[in-house]
Design a protein around this ligand. Structure first.
Ligand code: CU
Length: 313
C-alpha cells in the first residue's frame, strides 16, 4: 500500500513536493515577470518614470497569500513529522552506538553487528547512543534522521521498513576527520529470515575454517570496525600510531603518569583495545580511542594480532 521503503516516506515526500512545487512556481513566475517588465518598462518604451503610492488591496493580498502558503508548508511538515515522534510500545529494539568513526548495533539478545539488520513490516525502535561526540543517524531511503548526542538518555527513533532490500545508512553530522568513514547499510529481511538470523547464536563466534587466512580475517575486522580511520598501515600518523612495523617493537608508554617501555605483543594489543587509556603511547593523547569491550571479542583480537604480525612480513 505504502509506496516507499518505510512508513515515513509518504509524509516527508508530501512536504517536500509541496515546498518544491511552490518554489518552482515562484521561480518561474518571478523570472517571467522580470523579463516582461524589462521589455515593457525599458527607457525606450517608457521614458518617463511614474510614482505609484499605497494600495491597501495589494498589501492585503501579498500578506494573506504568503501566509497561507507558509502555513501550508507547516501543515505538511508537521503531519509528516508527528508520527516519527510517536514511538510505539511494541517493536524490535536495537541500540545504535556511534563512535569516531563507525557504527555498531546491539540487539536485545546481545548480538552486535556493523550493519543494521531489521525485519520488514515491523516497527523498529532504535536507541541512539553516542560514545564521544555528536553524530547523526540518517537513512535517506526511510526519510529518518536523528542526532546522537553523548549523554542524552532515552534518545530514540523508530521506523517501519516496507520493502526488503539494502539501504544506505550514514552519519550526517560532521564529527571529525574521518567522518566519511561512518557509512554502513540497513538490511531489511523477511520476518522469518530475520528471526532465524537473530536466534543464530553460532554466528556470534566467527566460524573459522581450517586453513583460513587468519591475517586476512584480521584485516577485514580492522577495516569494518573503523580502526583504520585512526591507525594507518603505511607508517604515517593519523590520530593514533601506525600499525606498520608495530608488532614486536618496544613501545614507549605512559602508565599512571609513569614513563616506561612495553613490548607490543598480544597482551598489549588486548589491553589497548579494551582499556586504551591504561597505557598511553608517548606523544599521543589519552581519551581519543574508546574501549571496544563488548564490541570486539577476544577471539577477534587474536585475528587482529595475526593481521598486525603479517604487516612485518
Ligand atoms: Cu559521525
Amino acid at each position: 500500500m505504502n509506496p516507499g521503503a518505510s512508513n515515513f516516506v509518504e509524509g516527508v515526500n508530501n512536504a517536500f513536493i509541496f515546498i518544491i512545487g511552490i518554489s518552482l512556481f515562484f521561480l518561474i513566475g518571478i523570472t517571467l515577470v522580470i523579463i516582461l517588465f524589462l521589455y515593457r518598462y525599458n527607457k525606450k518604451r517608457h521614458p518617463k518614470a511614474v510614482q505609484i503610492e499605497g494600495s491597501n488591496k495589494l498589501e492585503v493580498i501579498w500578506t494573506i497569500i504568503p501566509l497561507a502558503l507558509v502555513m501550508g508548508m507547516f501543515y505538511y511538515g508537521y503531519v509528516g513529522w508527528k508520527p516519527m515522534k510517536r514511538i510505539p510500545d511494541e517493536g524490535v529494539r536495537i541500540t545504535a552506538n556511534a563512535r569516531m568513526w563507525s557504527f555498531s548495533f546491539t540487539y536485545e539478545n546481545g548480538r552486535i553487528t556493523e550493519k543494521l539488520y531489521v525485519p520488514v513490516d515491523t516497527a523498529v525502535i532504535v536507541r541512539l547512543n553516542a560514545l564521544d561526540v555528536v553524530h547523526s543517524l540518517y537513512i535517506p531511503a526511510f526519510r529518518v534522521k536523528e542526532d546522537m548526542v553523548p549523554g542524552l538518555a532515552n534518545n530514540q527513533m523508530w521506523f517501519q521498513p516496507n520493502k526488503v532490500g539494502n539501504y544506505s545508512l550514514f552519519c550526517t553530522e560532521y564529527c571529525g576527520l574521518q567522518h566519511s568513514f561512518m557509512h554502513t547499510e540497513v538490511v531489511v529481511m523477511e520476518p522469518a529470515e530475520f528471526w532465524e538470523w537473530y536466534s543464530d547464536t553460532t554466528a556470534v563466534a566467527i566460524p573459522i575454517e581450517e586453513g583460513a587466512d587468519l591475517a586476512l580475517l584480521g584485516r577485514q575486522l580492522v577495516e569494518s570496525k573503523g580502526c583504520l580511520a585512526c591507525h594507518s598501515l603505511d607508517g604515517s600518523t593519523i590520530i593514533g600510531p601506525s600499525f606498520l612495523g608495530a608488532w614486536g617493537s618496544n613501545v614507549p608508554v605512559v602508565t599512571n603518569g609513569q614513563e616506561r617501555e612495553v613490548a607490543f605483543d598480544e597482551a598489549y594489543v588486548l589491553r589497548s583495545i579494551y582499556e586504551p587509556d591504561a597505557d598511553i603511547h608517548q606523544g599521543y593523547r589519552a581519551g581519543q580511542m574508546f574501549s571496544y569491550q563488548g564490541e570486539i571479542t577476544e577471539q577477534q583480537i587474536e585475528l587482529i594480532v595475526e593481521f598486525l604480525k603479517s604487516l612485518n612480513e
